[in-house]
Design a protein around this ligand. Sequence first.
Ligand code: AMP
Length: 528
Amino acid sequence: MSSLRFEELSINDEIMRAIVDMGFNEPSPIQASAIPVALEGKDIIGQAQTGTGKTASFGIPLLQKIDPELKKLQAIVLCPTRELAIQVADEFRKMAKYLHGIKTLPIYGGQDIVRQIKALKAGAQVVIGTPGRVMDHMRRKTVKFNKIRTLVLDEADEMLNMGFREDIEEILTKIPEERQTLLFSATMPKAILELAREYQQDPEVIKVIKKELTVRKIEQYYYEVESHNKVEAISRLLDKYTPKLSLVFCNTKKQVDDLSEALKDRGYFAEGLHGDLKQMQRDRVMHAFRNGSTQILVATDVAARGIDVDDVEAVFNYDVPQDDEYYVHRIGRTGRAGRTGRAFTLVVGRDIYKLKEIMKYCKTKIEKASLPTNSEVSKLKIKKLLVNANETAINNDMRDIYESIDEWVQDNDIDYRELVASLIKMNMGDTSEQEDINSSTKYYDKNNKKMVRLFINVGRSQNVKPKDILGAIAGESGIPGKAVGSIDMFDKYTFVDVPSKYAKNVLRSMRKTKIKGKNINIETANKK
Ligand code: AMP
């Protein structure tokens, strides 16, 4: 950490008091470098990521320059996501606690616009918002830019990734040129430098990468797996470590959907989060994750930005991140507030080279580990059940149940241990074939054959007929056509039953198949 103290940075007394309340003892490197430059009024390109204290590094000078007497918008901070806007606004509110007459206002999509308009009219001096919503107000003329003196682009790279470039440029051209422009970005691709060249004046470049405020305690492991075993791999890790809250990162929205569904099918409390969800759905998912009713949040990197949940116990990289920086971002979500966190990365084939590059870049050691075996997981589950059973026994009067058990044991040829073991087995489900097929999808048909119900994402509206499905399954997997059970067709999808012993084979062989020229997705269906 830097040798400068906050007292040496010309910060006013009110803000000093507030940051002392916030527990800041000494400035982080980005704060020590950026605050004096920003207070001088210069433009800045700051390369820093979340966790370095960047918010305060632009927030302190920005707030210090606001004129509390002037009830007009004087500064605007643009953030890529609503979550980040809320987080930044929160930090600003804390920093402005003793600054009387200064109002800060987060504005983002999904929030009641009338209320925002009222708050803007009431004279908020600082707006923290997403480009889309700010543009909205600009068009409605409910926000006036003529008194703005400071503009911050926070996580500018993410804003560009999310397609906000045009909006940002339009906003930038509408803000008076005599302004200070502070641009923060974790990475510095060409587009960011172009933006800086076009809209900043002689900016000072300040770089602070990979220096976290606190050294996090994160155990990092990777597992080499085959791609078709990834869901099983993550399930075993979840079962072994039983993290209260975990974040799982995927590289694509589709993968987020697929994985969250697959985990749900296996009985986990999982939800997916990505940019295609409506604001209301995102809110619901985040709310459930915060209150713990969703324990596993599966997300893309962009959607996970700004998620500020302190007790994430484990981060899973279901896909190895494509960008080295993302690895740091991702695992930084665990091990917060002095807790120990764990980060698990699944590596398929050539991913290992990417992971080695990440280790080199991040100067971090990610240890190779082996997945827990099925029997290890079963033992852990059994132990947990027994611990729970013990608690139940301590806390309940179960004498009437004892009577029934004693009777049963006397009348039948079974001893207590056998009975407990069978109850445990019933409770855990059939683990013997867990590897490939979720047991909840199995059932017995009228001939007492064990069947599995599969889901295919084509149906009548694609002009597909049952015989096409039957033909494709028999043709691709080589199983006899007559072994296929009922085929229930709907407009957009089809359920088809196949004998359990063939299910794995059918799933594998149909993965790359087309039906009526359409690529299909086939998976085990939910319980019949
Ligand atoms: P940021 O990088 O702005 O997202 O900040 C990460 C976290 O560090 C936030 O919770 C800040 O409140 C906290 N923080 C920022 N600056 C300091 C500091 N100088 N000392 C201690 N904590 C800080």
